[in-house]
Each structure stands twice: as structure tokens, then as C-alpha cells.
Design a protein around this ligand. Sequence first.
Ligand code: SF4
Length: 404
Amino acid sequence: MLIGDTSSCIISPMDQSLSLYVHIPFCRHRCAYCDFNTYTSLGDLQTRYAHALAAEIRQVGTAAERLAGEKRPYHTLFFGGGTPSLLTLEQLAHILTAVSDAFHMADDAEITLEANPGTVNAAYLQAARRLGVNRISFGVQSAVSGELALLEREHDWATAVTAMQQARAAGLTNLSLDLIYGVPGQTLASWETSLQAALALEPPHISLYCLTIEPGTPMMRWLQNGRITPPDPDLAADQYELACKLLAAHGLGHYEISNWALPDYECAHNLTYWRNGEYLGLGAGAHGHANGYRYHVVKQPRVYIRRMSENEPGVFPVSAAAAASHRPDRQEMMSDTVITQLRLLREGLDLGAFARRFGQPFAAAYPDALAQLLAWGLLWQENGRLRLTERGYFLSNQVFYRFM
Ligand code: SF4
């Protein structure tokens, strides 16, 4: 392959497992730190939104089948948000029917619903499971009431415990909990309280996120007017280190920088992202990566609904509601590959696959960065794979910056 020839860098659409992401941009209340694409006053749009989503799913599914000449198997479907568990069962069923009509979902496909405790009950979870949902990711965030209040989450810890129990009673065993560290006022002891409370629920998967205070959020205003003090990065590093120890002691494998799982409970959907694989993004504000394109969909639900009602055709992988798309050049694809795959702590970056895909050894593509990061002890290389060291886990953003 010629260097600079991007045509042969595109992953063949037939090579990888495929994933679907569906965005549900509705919440009952906006949390103080949230800058996600979600809306708190558009609940009356939900049914129209579900119909627009079904139209987009059918449009993209038809285009995908036309391109491939067959329905290719999709292995994951992820309802993210927003709060997908605010969908009524009728809306959820409508969307899932469109998915199963338009795509061939593999028999063992992982179908995840993000849910907030307090938005689900036993009947809802049982019905969701009957509709095909087989994994729930609960946004519990903290077991400490003062922290939940500061984050402006709507639930308390007892509600989170009940939601987990109801999910298990409904036969849902593939369960994940999200927790946040680096919260203003959070201490190492209060963080341990949250970790221990979460571990007591024996989830097979846990995601831990370090809080980022984003511009435009209430929390950023509180920071600027002195109501809260900025989180201490050294404390956040100690919190992460503590989590690594506690979760390992409970048998949860640290497979991605922010994610831990029992064997075989790794999130298959997110593995597609981290392996830089292909996924279709459906719904307002969703991002996708397929057929050599990266793209995103218009963010505003009303605009999205209007675009999908105008019956304009899309060109795979984008639908009529696409906001923008581009074909990444070789440099961008190399960078994406390195940054996403290094997040996988056990797999790391497959150096042979990198060289085959880009026609150049990794060491030739990034000679200075590789030499420095190995010398600084942030990366290590073994059996043809490049991985972050434990020190590199803490400084991963600095590592990734070198490949941007
Ligand atoms: S539940 Fe999630 S998406 Fe909704 S406002 Fe809170 S942080 Fe944002």
C-alpha cells in the first residue's frame, strides 16, 4: 500500500462485528454537571420521537442491506441518553420492532438499556426483558446522599438498591453500575463508602467516571462563584487507585481505563468503540462510524423529527437527519486506532494489525512518541501488543495527546 493512499485503510465492512447506538434525549431533570444532549421539557415529544427513530432505523437498515447485498449480523444495541428508561414500554417496543425488522440482530446480541434508578419498577424491567433487553446500565453515581444532592441526581441510594433487586428478580443478570469520583467535597472515605455499597450489590460490571466540570453547567457556575471548590486531582488519583484495589479484590477485571467486569461481562457494545469498530448512531445527536465515514445526527429532537418526516433519502451510513459526516484521512484513522485501543488495558494495541492496516510499522509511524512513552514507563510492549502501564492509567490523557 502506498503511504498516503487512504483507499486501502478503510476497514472492510465485512471484517468486524457491528453495533447500533440509539440516543434517547429526554430526562426528567438536568443534573448539575450534565452537558449531554438531553432535554427536560420535551417529554410530550417522546412518542413522535420514537416514530422518527423507527423511520431512521428502517431508512438506515434498508441502505445497509442494499450496500452489503444482505442483512449483516449486528451484535449489540445500546440505548443511551438522556434517560432511555423514560421511554414507555410501547415506545420501547416500537423502536425494538423497527430494529428487528430493519437489521439482523445476532441471536446472542447484547441489548443494553441505560436506566436511572427511580424511573423503573419491577413491571417495567420484566416487560423490557420480554421485549429483548438483556443488559441494564444503572446510573447510580454515588451511595452518599450529600454527593447525590450536589450532583442533583433525583434518586437516593435505597432506590438504586431496589432497582438492582427488581432487575435481578426480572431475570436480568447482566447489570452495570456507574459511579463518579472527583466530586467536590467527596473524600477518600466517602468514595470508599460508595465503592463498598456498590460492590455489596455484586454487579458483574462497574464503570467509574472522573467528574469533569463542563462550561455552561450549573456546577461550573458554582465553581466560579465559590459555592464549591475545585476537585483536587491528587485526591482523584488516590480515589482511582483505591478503586483499582477494591474492585480487583472482588474479582472484577480492569479491562478498560474506566471499566471493570467479571469474566464474560465486559460491555460488548463499548468494546466496539474501543476496538475502533463500526457502529451506526441513530437518534438526535448520535455519532456513528461506518463504511469509512464518521458522522453525527442533528442534536435537537424537534429538528430531528422534522428531518425524518420529510422523507428525504439518506446515503449509507447517514440518514436524512445527519448533521455532518466526513471520511477520516489516514492520519485521523491511525490516531483513532491508537487512542481507542490503548484504552483496553489487557488487549492494548495489536501492532501487527496496525502495520497491516496502515502499511507501516507503528514504530515508523510514531517513532518519537513511542520511544519517549516507553522510556517514561507509560507504555510497555510485549508479544506484539502495546499497552498502558499502571502508571500510564493515571496519565492516559497525556499518552493519548502524543498521538493526536
Ligand atoms: S440523568 Fe444523565 S443525561 Fe440526564 S441530566 Fe442527569 S447526567 Fe444528564
